[in-house]
Structure formats: structure tokens, C-alpha cells
Design a protein around this ligand. Structure first.
Ligand SMILES: *Cc1c(COP(=O)(O)O)cnc(C)c1O
Length: 374
């Protein structure tokens, strides 16, 4: 058996190598490295895939969040609510724009923002909510959208881990993650479900005016060449990355299917293991399994991780420390907030290898080894 990896990008590349190599070489030969035709083509193909009116490619998923917040006109002092249990990028851009991050508790079963805690955190200064579809399954968007409508708030979906996931509302309508709120953002970081070979990101919206503003801000606040209406940023997806993404997008659904197959294998192996809880499946959302994350109980999670490492199985902890305890984001405002659920997850979660190339032999070895821990 070859080395087991958390994410196998080489194995995935080898299967589509010819097309990818040719696409990259074509960009090199064209010399249209910035804003070349590949970027425009990818943008329109992603619009079709997501069934959204406007996709604006940008340099990475963190920029995507920042540009979305700038385009919505959020001002210093405005409060933006997000989940305490997420990657730091979400809260980082809130701070960077001098907005006030308001971290709230997550649901211990779904790992996603808890609607009740969200609603309780709303004040007259609240302007936006950033639900994160953690690990690849949508947050409770039915409740998030209802709360946002009731309090007149913007919703920015952080879809960095969930591109391709679908959410079904009670009225039967189905929408792709990132196209439900006012604006959605994603990342094409190599290990994400739709990853390029460097940095990349995108912003989605169905709103024409907002789409124009996002495009303008991502391009130095420029309305027409050398005329700058607002302070913007320089955030571009480069043509080589767009060419790679164009080759990979047609495979995204089969990549998601492969991930689900691996997740089902894990589920079956672990469903009756008393010290593990398999990931919850929300009947309203599909799961794209960016991560396969178990909750442990009654064992030492870090010992399990080092035991697995000795057996040649990588495992990760996303995320070990809640944001309100990170040096950069500590604030006395959180002293009286109850983060029991988030902290319990920080202490108990463990993510196993999850990618598109996992073989049955590897899955058998991983699951048997995990079960032998106790
Ligand atoms: C990866 C990630 C980001 C940031 O994406 P980059 O492209 O690395 O900037 C933002 N939010 C979440 C939830 C992520 O997982």
C-alpha cells in the first residue's frame, strides 16, 4: 500500500494529467496570464454549474470574504455575526475591515452556527451574518435566512468547504451552497473540493448591482480603466489557475461522489463503535465531505491521533482552539458567553483522510486501525 495521505492531489492529477498539462501550456503560450479568456470561460462555466447569475473570480477565499463585506458597504463598528467554530479567515477579514466580529455558539450535532445563539446575539448594530458550511454540509439556512429577513441583515455564505452542496428548503426549492444568501464566497486552495494549483477564490451573487460592485472592488475600485470610484483591492484569479479549474469543474460531481463513498465506508465501520460519533447527515443538505470528522468520547483524542500517525495514518484536528481564545481575537465581550458546545468540539473532533482517490484497501486499513485503538 502506498503512503496514506490526508489529501491525495497527485493521484487526482494523474488521472486528468493530459488535459491539465495542455491547458497550462496553452496559457503559457498565449501570454495572456492575467484576465485571459480562460478566466472569463471559467466564470461562466461556474455560473452554469451553480445556477447563479454572477460569479466574480478573485485571488483566494479570504479575499472573497473581504470583498463581499466591502461591496455590501459594511462600515467600521458594524457587527458581523459568525460561528466560533470555523477557520480563522472568516473572522480575520471582519477584524481587518474594522468591523466588530461577534462569535456565536455552534450546534454540537451539525457543527454549524446555532440559530438560537445567532438570534440572541443580534443588536441594533448588527449588519450581517456569515454562516460557514463547515466540513461540506450546509448550515441551517432555513433559519438563518428567516432570522436575516426578520432583522434586515445581509447573509454572506462562506462556502470554502462546501462547493457543490445542495440545500433543500421546506417549500421544496433546492439551491446550491453559496447561492442562498445575498452573497457567497469560496476558495480554490489546492486541498479544497474544487482546488487549483495555487491560490484562487470566487464570489457569487444573484444581484446585478452587487455583482458589479464586487467586480469593481476586486479590480482597484475601477469603473472604467483608470477611473477609480472607490478604494478597492487587487484580487485576481490568474489565467493558469482558471485553466486548471476549467479542467476540474466537470469532474466536481464525481469527486463529490467519491468522497461520499469513502464517507459511507467510514460510517459503516464506525457506527457501532461506542467511543466514536459518525458525522450527522442533515436531511435538508447534501454533504460534500470536505472533511470526514468524527467526535470522540471517553478517550484521549490526541493520543488517538499520535497512535494513528505511528501506524502511518494522518489525522487532523479542525480546529483545536476556539476563535475567542485565539490571541488575536480575545475580547472581554466573550467573558459571559457560553461556548460549551464549541469548546467540547475543539477537544473531541478528529478528521480522517478524505479525498477523491481513497482505495478500499486504504479504507479497510484505516478503519481497522482506528477500531484497534481501544
Ligand atoms: C479555506 C477557507 C477559507 C480561506 O480560503 P483561502 O483561499 O485559503 O484564503 C475561508 N473560510 C473557510 C471556512 C475555509 O475553509
Amino acid at each position: 500500500m502506498k503512503n496514506i495521505q490526508m489529501v491525495d492531489l497527485i493521484g487526482q492529477y494523474e488521472k486528468i494529467k493530459e488535459g491539465i498539462d495542455e491547458a497550462i501550456l496553452n496559457v503559457v503560450k498565449s501570454s495572456q496570464y492575467i484576465n485571459g479568456p480562460e478566466v472569463k470561460e471559467f466564470q461562466s462555466e461556474l455560473e452554469d454549474y451553480l445556477e447563479v447569475n454572477h460569479v466574480i473570480p478573485c485571488a483566494n477565499g479570504t479575499d472573497a470574504l473581504q470583498i463581499a463585506m466591502m461591496a455590501l458597504g459594511l462600515q467600521p463598528g458594524d457587527e458581523v455575526i459568525t460561528a466560533n467554530f470555523t477557520y480563522v479567515a472568516t473572522v480575520e477579514v471582519i477584524g481587518l475591515l474594522n468591523l466588530t466580529p461577534v462569535l456565536v455558539e455552534v450546534n454540537p450535532t451539525t457543527f454549524n452556527i446555532d440559530p438560537e445563539s445567532l438570534e440572541k446575539a443580534i443588536t441594533p448594530r448588527t449588519k450581517a451574518i456569515v454562516p460557514v458550511h463547515l466540513y461540506g454540509q450546509c448550515a441551517n439556512m432555513e433559519e438563518v435566512m428567516n432570522i436575516a429577513a426578520k432583522h434586515n441583515l445581509f447573509v454572506i455564505e462562506d462556502t470554502a468547504q462546501a462547493i457543490g452542496a445542495e440545500y433543500k428548503f421546506d417549500d421544496g426549492s433546492v439551491k446550491k451552497a453559496g447561492t442562498i444568501g445575498h452573497v457567497g464566497t469560496t476558495s480554490f486552495f489546492p486541498s479544497k473540493n474544487l482546488g487549483c494549483y495555487g491560490d484562487g477564490g470566487a464570489i457569487f451573487t444573484n444581484d446585478l448591482e452587487l455583482g458589479k460592485k464586487i467586480k469593481m472592488i476586486a479590480n482597484h475600485g475601477q469603473s472604467t480603466q483608470y477611473y477609480h470610484d472607490e478604494i478597492g483591492v487587487n484580487s485576481r484569479l490568474d489565467s493558469i489557475q482558471a485553466a486548471v479549474l476549467r479542467k476540474k469543474l466537470p469532474h466536481l460531481d464525481s469527486y463529490i461522489a467519491n468522497r461520499n463513498k469513502a464517507a459511507e465506508y467510514y460510517d459503516k465501520a464506525f457506527e457501532n463503535v461506542s467511543w466514536l460519533t459518525i458525522p450527522y447527515r442533515d436531511p435538508k443538505s447534501t454533504h460534500v465531505f470536505h472533511q470526514y470528522t468524527l467526535k470522540t468520547k471517553g478517550i484521549n483524542r490526541d493520543e488517538l491521533r499520535s497512535y494513528l500517525s505511528k501506524k502511518g495514518i494522518p489525522a487532523m484536528v479542525y480546529y483545536p482552539l476556539p476563535l475567542h481564545k485565539q490571541k488575536a481575537y480575545q475580547d472581554s465581550r466573550y467573558d459571559k458567553v457560553d461556548f460549551t458546545n464549541t469548546e467540547a468540539l475543539n477537544a473531541s473532533v478528529i478528521s480522517l483522510p478524505m479525498h477523491t482517490e481513497l482505495t478500499e484497501e486504504e479504507l479497510l486499513y484505516i478503519t481497522e486501525t482506528v477500531k484497534e485503538f481501544k
